[in-house]
Design a protein around this ligand. Structure first.
Ligand code: SAM
Length: 256
């Protein structure tokens, strides 16, 4: 017989790749992935995308409109690719915060930026995108690159990013999205579910994390859904640009 209390007491679930997991477990599972891949993260990015992730990131910097003296938050900033460019753009009178929930990714990012000598105007903060520990109306620009997909409550994170932006400030979300052609979609699926885990196995000895990557991309909201989520949170002039046939999209919205 069905226990009528079971449904109402059960913890809500969410997806971790194609698995359904209790919401409270997702962050730990995501943490395991990034602890495991942190040391080889940059190398894998270059190999998996044949270097094209650098172009996606360059376009993000161009669209950010960041200028000398600005205050920028790069949340889920990981190994700091965007932060490094922002650090140069804002100059000594500006400030960049590289924030990430994962201590291993933050450490790799911090070491890399210190080694390249651009970290004078950069702060490193361990933080969850859903509960940003910064004042209201604080940043001129917030970016989240390949991070939102991993967040348990994406709507909460988008609202949190809106809160910390100054009026007129920009949010840029760079993320995998939905290919615009069926043919590309098929080729991309074949690549993601066979070659990607194999590369993960060979380079990081961890095929599961790269299987999660492929699955989490398929579970992420498509271009129009993400745009609607930004509007729902309160962003104005929400738009997106597809790159590489929609494999990646850059969404941008302005805080009113
Ligand atoms: C794929 S990496 C992207 C790193 C970097 N932004 C880039 O584009 O190369 C995703 C990052 O999101 C971070 N992350 C996952 N969930 C997060 C959360 N709830 N809050 C903040 N960062 C999170 C991970 O720790 C990881 O460093």
């Amino acid at each position: 017989m069905n226990d009528p209390r079971k449904g109402s007491d059960a913890e809500p679930t969410t997806h971790f790749g194609y698995q359904s997991v209790p919401e409270s477990q997702k962050a730990d599972k995501v943490a395991e992935v990034f602890h495991s891949v942190a040391a080889k993260y940059d190398l894998m990015n270059d190999l998996m995308s044949a270097g094209v992730h650098r172009l996606w990131k360059r376009f993000t910097i161009e669209l950010s409109g960041v200028r000398t003296g600005n205050r920028v938050l790069d949340i889920a900033g990981g190994t700091g690719d965007l932060t490094r460019q922002f650090s140069r753009l804002v100059g000594p009178t500006g400030e960049v915060v590289l924030a990430d929930i994962n201590a291993s990714m933050l450490k790799v990012g911090r070491d890399k930026l210190l080694d390249s000598g651009v970290a004078n105007n950069v702060q490193f903060v361990q933080a969850d995108a859903e509960k940003l520990p910064f004042p209201d109306n604080h940043f001129d620009c917030v970016t989240i690159a390949f991070g939102l997909r991993n967040v348990t409550h994406k709507d909460q994170a988008i609202r949190s990013m809106l809160r910390v932006l100054k009026p007129g400030g920009r949010l840029l979300i760079l993320e995998f999205s939905k290919p615009t052609s069926n043919l590309l979609s098929k080729a991309y699926d074949a690549y993601s579910f066979s070659l990607l885990p194999l590369m993960g196995k060979l380079i990081t000895n961890d095929s599961e994390s790269y299987r999660y990557l492929a699955e989490s991309i398929r579970m992420h909201p498509d271009q129009e859904t993400l745009k609607a989520m930004m509007v729902e949170a309160g962003f104005e002039r929400a738009t997106y640009h597809n790159m590489t046939g929609g494999i990646v999209a850059l969404h941008r919205g302005i805080k009113p």
